[in-house]
Design a binder for this molecule. Structure first.
Ligand code: 3PG
Ligand code: CO
Length: 555
């Protein structure tokens, strides 16, 4: 209806092909040997930066600018793509859970009550990522929830812990597990039978995304639900320390284990009558497990035994699928996204990435919503990712394939917006392999080149930006910014994202000569980008969107 109608931009024309390119994990920092982007050969991104200052600038991609609780929170792809697509800043999962725990409202909701119904006779299982990364979950939230559940009648609690090393330093899982164990011990002193029941590294156990590799979820299911895993331990801290000694492993890739009692029996399989809470607030890497736990019809792997449980997510992970049906905290209501507006104004849209980032330019971009707004006007293309490898082995990933499909989409003249995520600098950056990350950055730059050439051919416009930093800083630093050394004098590799700003560049033959970045928005961030590309499509953004980054001067 009319509510969707966008006003025409007073100066900018319609009908140009606009390429919106998101480099994942590509921040801006001073050149140095740990800045993989500065070391890499990236002529295209370099030339955009060295080109006209009125067409290149930096924008904020972390903390409050993307709805995170504090300015110490690094950016991430979920909140980054939400902000890019929605054009406004929403209080995000991390913050909403903080508020619900602080006020105690989390315990008054339907979700907690549903879970609580099992406390009398069953066990409460908590499954999620145990770290203080703040991207998918936070340990302090888990500890509060444990305490709150115990105070409200949970007598038997089992934690199924996934180790991180991706949003936090590798090796830090030992300390997080000690903190968790400490709190569980306090609960035991108070007469609550509270223990860790299973564990495993997040990239190998449970936390796959976008259906890249169901084996990952199955490994978790076997340990968490069936109580079956290749490794048995009596103590979870011991488990992590031992398993970390295996060759070619790390916190991210730790093998699955179960905790057993003195008779060798697993202490916490999930049984009929139990309650389960997945305590991650971020959706992408919980959706697959949520489906396995909730769906009656399920054929992705053999679940062997499907316990009758009361299951709730920390949040509802997919509003369209209503998955899961029960949840402790209501997710941010990210409505009226740019994707929906543009499609309802006739903008034919193409979106593309490879599997591991596909949902970023579709699901997250569209406000955590799966599917099309209008099938006739949209095409979303997923290039299958390599699975079962760490991406430092193939740092080029599918950048070339993504760029080729996008080039073809541009040259077909069937689309007004083509939107892509090029994953390399992020996915390889997360492995901590600096050499491979340098190759990854080059591959991403090659991808940009191909897309910009196609835009050149059709007289279109490009907007290149990133969702958060990662590859521009691969070393942990002290407050003065100096690289930190470990006990053995080696530098501490930074696998996580950063607090750095990201570049944004516009250009292409279709860009009117008078278009330039405004200078009155020095603190602009990712949420300002949607209004910007809506302008490039010839529309004014809705009035409650964060302001556009561009202005049109008459020359
Ligand atoms: C992941 O899920 O891989 C990391 O925790 C965050 O990376 P992303 O926000 O770039 O997806
Ligand atoms: Co990342």
């Amino acid at each position: 209806g009319d509510a969707w109608k966008l006003k025409d931009h007073p100066k900018l024309p319609k009908g140009k092909t606009v390429a919106v390119i998101v480099l994942d994990g590509w921040g801006e920092a001073k050149p140095n040997e740990y800045n993989a982007i500065s070391v890499a050969e990236t002529p295209v991104m370099d030339s955009l930066k060295q080109g006209a200052p009125e067409h290149w600038r930096l924008i904020k991609a972390h903390g409050n600018a993307v709805g995170l609780p504090t300015e110490d929170d690094m950016g991430n792809s979920e909140v980054g793509h939400n902000a890019l697509g929605a054009g406004r800043i929403f209080a995000q999962g991390a913050k909403l859970v903080d508020l619900a725990l602080a006020s105690g409202k989390i315990y008054d909701g339907e979700g907690f009550k549903y879970v609580q119904e099992c406390f009398e006779k069953g066990t409460l299982h908590l499954i999620g990522l145990v770290s203080d990364g703040g991207v998918h979950s936070r340990l302090d939230q888990l500890l509060l929830l444990l305490k709150g559940a115990a105070e409200r009648g949970a007598k038997r609690i089992r934690v199924h812990a996934l180790t991180d090393g991706r949003d936090v330093l590798d090796g830090s899982s030992v300390g997080f597990m000690e903190t968790l164990e400490n709190d569980l011990a306090k609960l035991r002193e108070q007469g609550v039978d509270a223990r860790v029941a299973s564990g495993g590294g997040r990239m190998y156990v449970t936390m796959d995304r976008y259906e890249n590799d169901w084996d990952v979820v199955k490994r978790g299911w076997d340990a968490q639900v069936l109580g079956e895993a290749p490794h048995h331990f009596k103590d979870p801290v011991e488990a992590i320390k031992k398993l970390r000694q295996e060759p070619n492993t790390s916190d991210q890739y730790l093998a699955p284990f179960v905790i057993v009692d003195d008779n060798g029996k697993p202490v916490g399989p999930i049984l009929d009558g139990d309650a389960v809470v997945t305590f991650n607030f971020r959706a992408d890497r919980m959706v697959m497990l949520a489906k396995a736990l909730e769906y009656e019809d399920f054929d992705k792997f053999d679940r062997v035994r499907v316990p009758k449980i009361h299951y709730a997510g920390m949040l509802q992970y997919d509003g369209e699928l209503k998955l899961p049906n029960k949840y402790l905290v209501s997710p941010p209501e990210i409505d009226r996204t740019s994707g929906e507006y543009l499609v309802r104004n006739g903008v034919r849209t193409f979106a593309c990435s490879e599997t591991v980032k596909f949902g970023h330019v579709t699901f997250f971009w569209n406000g955590n919503r799966s599917g099309y707004f209008d099938e006739k006007l949209e095409e979303y293309v997923e290039i299958p990712s390599d699975s079962g490898i760490t991406f430092n082995v193939k740092p080029k990933m599918k950048a070339l394939e993504i760029a080729e499909r996008t080039r073809d989409a541009i040259l077909s003249h069937k689309f007004d917006q083509v939107r892509v995520n090029i994953p390399n600098s992020d996915m390889v950056g997360h492995t901590g392999d600096i050499k491979a990350t340098i190759e990854a950055c080059k591959a991403a730059d090659d991808g940009v080149k191909m897309i910009l050439e196609a835009i050149e051919q059709v007289g279109g416009i490009f907007l290149v930006t990133a969702d958060h930093g990662n590859a521009e800083d691969m070393v942990k630093r002290n407050k003065k910014g100096e690289p930190l050394l470990d006990k053995n004098g080696n530098i501490q590799i930074l696998t996580s994202h950063t607090l750095e700003p990201v570049p944004i560049a516009i250009g292409g033959p279709g860009l009117l000569p008078g278009v330039r970045f405004r200078t009155d928005l020095p603190t602009g961030g990712l949420a300002n980008v949607a209004a910007t590309f809506m302008n490039l499509h010839g529309f004014e953004a809705p009035s409650d969107y964060e302001p556009t980054l561009i202005e049109v001067v008459d020359n």
